[in-house]
Design a protein around this ligand. Structure first.
Ligand code: AMP
Length: 286
């Protein structure tokens, strides 16, 4: 059928695993084997196209796919003016300008007139132009971090997440060029003509992303401890308080930030909570 919605996703590299996890967590049922180009989603009118990371944007721009998963860095580099449906909460990294650790360069201005090697020539060019620092961009497609050692350039602009690769290669970051993460993009026509289906996908994905950094807490306590416990539990719209069969006892349920749980548990216990359960949340639709 030609009118099934098509979503292009990377078939190799860092974005593959988190993208597949997100789609599966959203409840889409499909088989993904490395060799198949197209996976048919069984419970939604959607085909998933597995393509090279660098081709996702072109597929969406050319309307071969209605939606695509890519990185902000790649979008910026391509210059494609595609509508961003939503950020996806993974693939966080940044494009950073770096120089050899033992070089005298400390700031962007120090790179004026020098060569900068990068696999992101367009993003690099526009960043330095916006900073009014004239440089020569040396486009290379891989192993950017060895360019200074090879004498190809005085500096590089490369993707960094922790920064440890830069350090391992004897480099020192001097400026951030761009913050990136994975993003769901749409073809502009599809956004207009298939808005209902796109909204359904966006809602499914958003529900999973919203739930990922949250936990569901359940606990019992004496009703007299409610005020003290409530002060510790903001929840989505305040905690739910449920009377228990035993007189004077309540159950409190609340949604909390996952990162806050470990700090919260001893304080809840000290404030009188018992039988505390911490549960994962599958989806949140506000
Ligand atoms: P890959 O296909 O593995 O080369 O990476 C594709 C995309 O993953 C990049 O364009 C970024 O959007 C994203 N990414 C996330 N973290 C990193 C990282 N530490 N290094 C490179 N790319 C990253």
């Amino acid at each position: 059928m030609t009118d099934r919605l098509r979503l292009a996703v990377p078939n190799k590299g860092r974005l593959v695993e988190p993208t597949l996890a997100l789609l599966h967590d959203a409840g889409l049922v499909f088989e993904s084997t490395d060799r198949s180009l197209v996976a048919r989603v069984r419970n939604f009118d959607l085909d998933i196209l597995f393509v090279r990371t660098n081709d996702v944007i072109e597929f969406v721009r050319d309307a071969v796919a209605d939606l695509g998963v890519t990185g902000i860095d790649l979008l910026c580099e391509s210059g494609a003016d595609l509508p961003q449906v939503r950020l996806l909460g993974y693939g966080q990294c940044r494009l950073a300008a770096a120089v050899p650790a033992d070089s005298p360069y400390q700031s962007l201005q120090d790179l004026s007139g020098l060569r900068v090697a990068t696999a992101h020539p367009n993003a690099t060019r526009s960043f330095f132009a916006a900073q009014s620092v004239p440089i020569e961009v040396i486009p290379i497609s891989g192993a950017v971090e060895v360019a200074p050692r090879l004498g190809l350039a005085e500096a590089i602009v490369d993707l960094v997440s922790s920064g440890s690769t830069l350090i391992m290669n004897g480099l020192r970051p001097i400026a951030d060029v761009l913050a990136s993460e994975a993003v769901l993009v749409a073809n502009p026509d599809a956004r207009d003509t298939r808005s209902v289906e796109l909204k359904a996908i966006e809602t499914m994905l958003s529900a999973v992303i919203a739930a990922r950094d949250k936990k569901y807490l359940m606990m019992n306590a004496l009703a007299s401890k409610l005020a003290e416990l409530e002060a510790l539990l903001p929840g989505l719209s305040g905690p739910s308080v449920i009377p228990l069969a035993h007189e004077g006892m309540i159950a409190i349920h609340s949604v909390v930030e996952a990162d806050a749980v470990w700090g919260l548990l001893p304080r809840l216990k000290a404030a009188g909570a018992s039988g505390i359960l911490v549960l994962p949340i599958e989806k949140i639709v506000p």
